[in-house]
Design a protein around this ligand. Structure first.
Ligand SMILES: Cc1cc2nc3c(=O)[nH]c(=O)nc-3n(C[C@H](O)[C@H](O)[C@H](O)COP(=O)(O)OP(=O)(O)OC[C@H]3O[C@@H](n4cnc5c(N)ncnc54)[C@H](O)[C@@H]3O)c2cc1C
Length: 435
C-alpha cells in the first residue's frame, strides 16, 4: 500500500485519508491479531479503485499485500481459492496454468479479488452474474479476531449475506470462486447508428456471450463490443508480469487525443458535438482472438470519476435515452461516453442485481472536472427507474433509500451488527449507510 506524505488516496484522487497507523500482517493469525488490537476504525483497502469512501480510515488501515496468490484448486468442484488481495491481473495467468478461467470479468484487471467481491463488480453478459455471484466460499476475520469459514454449508447465513458486504462484516483472507475450463474469446468492435442499435439491442444481447456499448452523448453513434467463444488460433498466453505491464500503458484508443479533448472541453463547450463524433470514430479497436483473461480487461490510463446504477433489464433503454436527453437539454459538459452493460440477476442481499436481471448504465467525468451537474442530473433519473447504485461508484443514497431498494437490507444490517457490534469496521460513510 502506497502512502504519500502519510496519506492514502484512491485511484481517481477524489477520496483521501490520513491513517494514524498502517498494519501489514503477513499471515492470517497476524491479521486476526492486528484486527483485535487495532485502534479505532479499521479498514482494509484493495487497490483503491472505488470512487466512494468505502476504504478510508483516519485510524487504522490494513495493508494486505502479503495476501496474494492462488491457494488451491478443487478440480471436482471446479473452483479455485485465492488469497484475498490477489490482483486480477495475476488471477488469469494463475488459473490458465491450471486449465481454468473466470466465467466473466469487468473492464479492468487492476483490482483485488476481495475488492471486486466486496462491491459486486461485474462485466457484461445476459447469462452471467457479477464476480460476487461466482463466490462459493471465503474465510472471514471478524472484529474480535475470530476466523470463520463461510460457504453454503458452513456459516451459511454469513456466506449468503456476506458475498457483497463492502468490507463491513470483517476482513476476508481467502476467497473461493467458481471457474470454467480455460477458453478463448473473439472480440468484435463496431459502430452502429443509435436508432439501429436500439432496434437490434435485444438480439445483440441474446446472440452474443458478452455485449456492451458506449455512447458519447452528443454523437449519434454507438461504439459496440461483442465477445464470443472461439477456437481460432491465439497468440501465446500472457504471463502475470505481462498482464500487469499491459494494463499500465494506453490501449488502442488514442489516449493522448482523449486527454487533450478532456482538457479542452470544459473551456470550449461549443466543441462537444465535434469531439464526441471524433471519439466515436476513434474508439473502436481492432478485432482479435485471445484467451479470455486477456480480452476482458482494457487499459484505463485516463483518470475519471464514475457513477453507475443497475436498473431492471427491460428498463435499460428507456433509462439511457432519458439520461442522454437530459445531458443534451442541460448542455452538461463531459468528454466521456456512457457505458451500457447487462448482468444476470442473483440472490445476494446487497447485490445491485438482487432478484432481477439488470442493465447497468455508467456515466464518467474527467478527474479534473466537477461531477455535480452530470451526476446529480443522472441520479434523479436512476432513482425514477428504481436503480441501485454500484457500491464502489459515486452515489448520494441514504440508509432510508437503501432500505427501500434492497428487500434484504434489514437482514443485512442485523447480521452486520451481530458480527461487529461496536462498528469497528465502519467509517463515517459506512456508518451512515449501515446502522
Ligand atoms: C478504471 C476503473 C474501471 C472499473 N471497471 C469496473 C467494471 O468493469 N465493473 C465494475 O463493476 N466495477 C468497475 N470498477 C469499480 C471497481 O471494480 C470496484 O470499485 C472494486 O471494488 C475495486 O476493487 P479494489 O481492489 O480497488 O478495492 P477497493 O476499492 O480498494 O475496496 C473496495 C471495498 O473492498 C473492501 N475490501 C478490500 N479488501 C478486502 C478484504 N480483504 N476483506 C474485506 N473487504 C475488503 C474495501 O474495504 C472496500 O470496502 C472500476 C473502477 C475503476 C477505477
Amino acid at each position: 500500500m502506497e502512502l504519500v506524505s502519510g496519506r492514502w488516496s484512491n485511484w481517481s484522487g477524489g477520496v483521501r485519508c490520513k491513517p494514524r497507523q498502517v498494519m501489514a500482517p503477513r499471515e492470517e493469525v497476524e491479521l486476526a491479531a492486528a484486527i483485535r488490537t487495532a485502534r479505532g476504525c479499521v479498514r482494509a483497502p484493495g487497490t483503491g479503485h472505488s470512487f466512494t469512501p468505502i476504504c478510508t480510515s483516519d485510524d487504522t488501515l490494513l495493508d494486505l499485500s502479503a495476501f496474494q496468490g492462488l491457494a488451491g484448486v478443487n478440480h471436482e468442484a471446479q473452483s479455485a481459492t485465492f488469497r484475498a488481495a490477489t490482483p486480477l491481473w495475476a488471477v488469469g495467468p494463475a488459473l490458465h496454468a491450471q486449465g481454468y478461467a473466470l466465467a466473466n470479468m469487468g473492464d479492468i484487471d487492476r483490482q483485488t479479488v476481495a475488492g471486486v467481491v466486496a462491491t459486486g463488480t461485474h462485466g457484461t453478459g445476459r447469462s452471467l452474474g457479477s464476480l460476487s455471484a461466482q463466490v462459493t466460499g471465503f474465510r472471514l476475520i471478524c472484529a474480535d479476531g475470530e476466523v470463520l469459514r463461510c460457504s453454503a454449508s458452513e456459516n451459511s447465513e454469513i456466506f449468503d449475506l456476506g458475498r457483497v458486504s463492502i468490507g463491513t462484516f470483517g476482513v476476508m483472507s481467502e476467497i473461493t470462486l467458481r471457474v470454467l475450463p480455460a477458453y478463448k474469446l473473439v472480440e468484435h468492435n463496431f459502430a452502429l447508428p443509435i436508432e439501429e442499435l436500439f432496434e437490434r439491442l435485444d438480439s445483440l444481447i441474446v446472440e452474443n456471450r458478452h455485449f456492451e456499448f458506449f455512447w458519447f452523448p452528443y454523437a449519434n453513434t454507438a461504439v459496440c463490443k461483442s465477445l464470443n467463444l472461439s477456437t481460432a488460433e491465439a497468440p501465446a498466453p500472457r504471463t502475470a508480469e505481462q498482464m500487469y505491464a499491459r494494463g499500465e500503458v494506453s490501449g488502442s484508443f488514442d489516449m493522448r487525443t482523449f486527454i487533450a479533448i478532456n482538457e479542452v472541453l470544459p473551456f470550449a463547450p461549443f466543441l462537444l458535438e465535434g469531439a464526441h463524433r471524433l471519439c466515436s470514430r476513434l474508439m473502436p479497436g481492432p478485432d482479435k482472438v485471445r484467451w479470455s483473461y486477456e480480452i476482458f480487461p482494457s487499459p484505463r490510463t485516463v483518470r475519471f470519476n464514475e457513477m453507475e446504477y443497475a436498473v431492471a433489464f427491460e428498463d435499460g433503454p428507456a433509462c439511457l435515452k432519458q439520461i442522454v436527453d437530459q445531458i443534451r437539454a442541460k448542455r452538461i459538459n463531459t468528454g466521456f461516453p456512457i457505458e451500457y452493460r447487462i448482468v444476470k440477476g442473483d440472490d445476494i442481499a446487497l447485490s445491485p442485481f438482487y432478484g432481477r436481471d439488470s442493465a447497468t448504465i455508467a456515466v464518467h467525468q474527467y478527474r479534473k472536472v466537477d461531477t455535480t451537474a452530470l451526476f446529480s442530473a443522472c441520479e434523479e433519473i436512476f432513482k425514477q427507474f428504481g436503480g441501485r447504485p454500484h457500491w464502489g461508484k459515486r452515489h448520494s443514497r441514504t440508509a432510508a433509500d437503501l432500505a427501500q431498494i434492497y428487500p434484504q437490507y434489514e437482514r443485512f444490517v442485523g447480521m452486520r451488527e451481530k458480527l461487529d457490534p461496536r462498528g469497528r469496521f465502519l467509517n463515517a460513510h459506512l456508518r451512515a449507510l449501515f446502522t
